[in-house]
Design a protein around this ligand. Structure first.
Ligand SMILES: Cc1cc2nc3c(=O)[nH]c(=O)nc-3n(C[C@H](O)[C@H](O)[C@H](O)COP(=O)(O)O)c2cc1C
Length: 192
């Protein structure tokens, strides 16, 4: 069965600390990981001249999941450039007539953040970029999973914070599947 969770991995390396945290999480929950390094996505352009790059392809895939998590290291108090470019490009889905209907689908999505940094506390500036963005887009914010990564730690899926976040996600997955089955029930009752 297709998982309910997509994770957008936006690190400058595919096997670094953030990837390890994502991997630990996906040992607990079913999720499909989309590594931004595999996609050619150009920066936002006011003339929307970048429509032929991989952004729409990736967005179309992500929009198939009810839960879309953003995974990013903290680089200079902020999300990685890869994630920031992706977020900037969401404007395409808000501004272009051909994409607006799809952009509105974001309002029905659950989201959250998976983050690593070399500081023991998550930078407030980093967290607020995501909080504000999710609020603006009307997405439901599940919360964040943060792992302090001094150097290159091993990350176990059994770490309490990872288990706690996994449980949170599982509860949302169950909630969504409950809503889906009651919608199907209503449709069946209406048809009969
Ligand atoms: C360019 C760059 C900027 C960074 N800036 C910060 C920072 O502002 N605050 C912080 O705590 N750690 C910072 N770090 C450390 C990373 O957040 C940390 O090592 C993270 O776990 C790296 O994840 P990655 O392996 O997925 O890149 C920075 C690392 C790099 C490479």
């Amino acid at each position: 069965m297709k998982p309910s969770v997509a994770i957008l991995l936006g690190s400058a390396r595919s096997e670094g600390n953030t990837a390890k945290l994502v991997s630990a999480l996906t040992q607990n929950i079913g999720a499909k990981v989309y590594d931004l390094r595999r996609y050619q996505i150009k920066a936002f352009d006011y003339d929307f001249a970048n429509q032929e790059d991989d952004f729409q392809l990736l967005m179309n895939q992500l929009l198939e999941y009810p839960i879309i998590l953003f995974a990013s290291p903290v680089y200079w108090y902020a999300p990685s450039a890869q994630v920031k470019i992706f977020i900037d490009r969401l404007s395409d889905f808000l501004k272009l007539d051909a994409l607006k209907d799809k952009g509105r689908i974001l309002r029905s999505k659950y989201t959250g953040v998976i983050a690593t940094s070399a500081s023991p506390e998550l930078e407030p500036s980093f967290a607020s970029i995501f909080d504000n963005t999710f609020r603006y887009l009307g997405m439901t914010n599940i919360g964040s999973l943060f792992r302090y990564c001094e150097n290159e730690p091993e990350i176990s899926p059994k770490e309490p914070a990872i288990v706690e976040f996994s449980d949170k996600i599982e509860k949302v997955v169950q909630h969504i599947s409950g809503l889906r089955s009651s919608k199907i029930q209503v449709a069946e009752n209406t048809a009969t």
